[in-house]
Design a protein. Sequence first.
Length: 403
Amino acid sequence: MFIYKAGVVGAGAMGAGIAQVISFSGLPVVLKDTDQERVDKGIGMIRKVYQGRVDKGKMTASEMDQKMKLVMGTTSYDDFKDCDLVIEAVFENMKVKHQVFQELEKVLPETAIMASNTSALSISQIASAVKKSDKVIGIHFFNPAPVMKLVEVIPGLQTSTETVDDAVAFVESLRKMPVRVKECAGFLVNRLLLPYLNEAAYAFQEGSAPADEIDKAMRAFGMPMGPFALLDMLGLDVCADVSMILYDSFGPRMKAAEILGEMHKNNRLGVKNGIGFYVYDESKTGDLKPTVDAIQAKTGIKGTPFSPERLVFQMINEAAFCLEENVASPSDIDLAMLAGTGYPQDKGGPLHTADAIGIDVVVEKLKEFSKQLGPRFWPAPILKRMVSANYLGQKTKRGFFNY
Ligand SMILES: NC(=O)c1ccc[n+]([C@@H]2O[C@H](COP(=O)([O-])OP(=O)(O)OC[C@H]3O[C@@H](n4cnc5c(N)ncnc54)[C@H](O)[C@@H]3O)[C@@H](O)[C@H]2O)c1
């Protein structure tokens, strides 16, 4: 199916970014929000992205004008009536998303694809609100959409293969990198990233090391930013919500570190309100020590050792669980983590890291962590099966990949 015109519902940070990406590919795009002020703000964000390209000499002012002409702002669903594909990027709330999909179904052509950019809600549940649920799919961009190459494409239970193929082709036409992901809580990237961030939070609340030292160690490992700087950037409220969704789906191994809930409760949301693990607004202060002391008194756990492996092995183990559940192929898992999180390129992704370390060593280390730090480290069954079949990684020339 050829997409001649696309639409985006929600002109916030993500919606505006996605509309910019679509217009940049040369396709007309309708951008809707609830009132004209929000629409104008979204269009202003798009203009800013293009202006940045003009300032850097990457495009001329007249090319920018041509691209901006492809963007049409609206407050009415009627303007979607000739769209072949619409991406919803409204608030992360199931009720609001259901309303939007029902409105879309009323005006869109029967053949149109209805996509959601949700970070963590179920695509199948979103689709349950409409009749043409075979046309509903997750097309999950990363923030900022104009910069990040990776896009997760997530079919729900009812999505047709035709819709999946069309969505993948559409994402490719935007010059982005689509990765097909079987639906699960957190999809692929957030499902692997959150346990890594959560482990950093455990290490912090257990007094293993201060936040800035943990950040420094992970940057030395090759991550573009440390886990606490990232938690603050993502927003502690958003992280608490996603953690809850992951815990609800996967149970105790994804139990959020107490400190994450405390940060949310104490309104330390991160960059967005000036204070999180770090202070961004000098008028805000607050020592985290009493909170940490209270957590340690409650859990009785303190002084556990810190190592970068502690965080990275959480990611590796969850990647193995994903592989076992056919959430994505080994190469797509690694590719998604390189493109979606900035996992160090030279290490090739978490599964390549495991192959380099040796799967037998990974299993032994996970067992040790499991005894020392808690059962959340229990090795994914596939890892033990690999060891028993001599799939040890690079040293036996076969592991998650062949060498
Ligand atoms: N921010 C991120 O890092 C990120 C990354 C990936 C995915 N997402 C997901 O993208 C979606 C949007 O996130 P965001 O950060 O852009 O949120 P945002 O709050 O910046 O923007 C949401 C916009 O949707 C508008 N809106 C709400 N109801 C609407 C309706 N009925 N019709 C039209 N517009 C409506 C709001 O007015 C607002 O402008 C969420 O589902 C979020 O989980 C966010």
